[in-house]
Design a protein around this ligand. Structure first.
Ligand code: 3IO
Length: 344
């Protein structure tokens, strides 16, 4: 085929192809990575994703650009890990609670161990991952990990006693779900991304998770009550497709690796701040009532009733060859260090 100028298009493509092989300023060395996320853009997993994108683009001098896909537009909550392994997205953010049997060691962070906040939880999770290098993540490159702040109950009716929770339809997933059952609630599991319509339609009467969603997902419009249980975290991971990782230039890999613990700390700090802001906003804009447990209630809800969950987690996982007692001890010790505690 001949173009108007008399070149054959074959020759033209050959010249263009040769140009792309030339080193130097002629070639714009740019790498574009897709990053999938399951919940809506205003939520913390997506806020941290945008923060990471900006930092990566800055630190690589624009060599890498990140295309973000919030709201499950590229991969959904439960498809995240397999979708990234298969390369449907280069990077994905997942909540370990949605496939609790899959992420055994790191789901130790979802035991009722009273980790005080998201920053401490995130740093401990990162260290546990680094120390134990769980097989669950063998097929991907882990870019960062973080946790939510401790979970509390957001509900349509006030929960002041365990009796108030008896048979009540509350939503939680993973480790948090086990705790709701111990408290006698009718636990209903679904990812956070499916929770807003469930709450709106009355499929669930409340949610057990971190409180920033009162503002970020407007749960305060449906839940006039918060019960401060301060109980359990949800662990998250950001994972990258292994081939996509291996294709990155070494200097870019270095940037991603140095960002791992920094991103964990950033996200935990952001989460803790956002929870405080959300509580204040919920009270002011929606007149939400915050119910505190008495010291006696706190001991019963957070120690007596949930201690067996830790014991049976250790027993189950030891039986599978996982050093679960050591993992739990490490989580406690690491948490005390990041929280600035003295030995007790
Ligand atoms: C969470 C998940 C997505 C968006 C915001 C969120 N806040 C707390 C969580 C934890 C979680 O995964 C869940 O299902 O409660």
């Amino acid at each position: 085929m001949k173009s108007k100028l008399g070149f054959s298009t074959g020759l033209l493509s050959a010249v263009l192809f040769a140009l792309t092989l030339m080193p130097g300023p002629l070639q714009a060395k740019s790498i574009t990575l897709s990053y999938a996320n399951f919940p809506p853009a205003p939520t913390f997993p997506c806020v941290q994703m945008e923060r990471w994108k900006e930092e990566v683009e800055k630190r690589t001098d624009g060599q890498v650009s990140v295309q973000t896909y919030p709201g499950g537009t590229l991969l959904g909550a439960k498809d995240m890990m397999d979708g990234v392994i298969q390369g449907q997205a280069d990077i994905g953010c997942l909540c370990m609670a949605y496939q609790p049997g899959r992420f055994k060691i790191t789901n130790g962070l979802a035991l009722p161990l009273r980790i005080p906040n998201a920053r401490v939880g995130s740093m401990v999770l990162w260290d546990i991952y680094q120390k134990y290098q769980p097989k669950a993540f063998d097929q991907v490159k882990v870019l960062t990990m973080f946790t939510t702040a401790p979970s509390n109950i957001m509900s349509k009716k006030p929960i002041r006693t365990l009796g108030d929770m008896e048979g009540y339809d509350l939503r939680a997933s993973g480790g948090a779900a086990q705790i709701l059952k111990k408290w006698g609630a009718n636990q209903i599991g679904m990812p956070m991304s499916e929770t807003p319509p469930a709450l709106q339609k009355g499929v669930v009467q409340g949610v057990f998770s971190s409180l920033e969603v009162m503002k970020d997902l407007k749960f305060a419009e449906f839940c006039p009550y918060i019960t401060m249980t301060k109980t359990v975290l949800y662990p998250f991971a950001v994972v990258m497709n292994m081939d996509a990782w291996n294709k990155l230039p070494q200097d870019v890999q270095k940037v991603f690796e140095e960002l791992g613990p920094q991103q964990a700390s950033w996200t935990g700090t952001y989460m803790d701040r956002q929870v405080q802001e959300s509580i204040a906003w919920s009270k002011e804009k929606h007149g939400v009532e915050v119910i505190e447990l008495s010291p006696e209630q706190d001991a019963r809800w957070n120690k007596t009733l949930v201690a067996p969950i830790v014991d049976s987690w250790i027993e189950d996982h030891q039986a599978k060859g996982i050093p679960a007692a050591k993992v739990v001890k490490d989580i406690r010790d690491f948490s005390a260090m990041y929280n600035g505690e003295f030995v007790n």
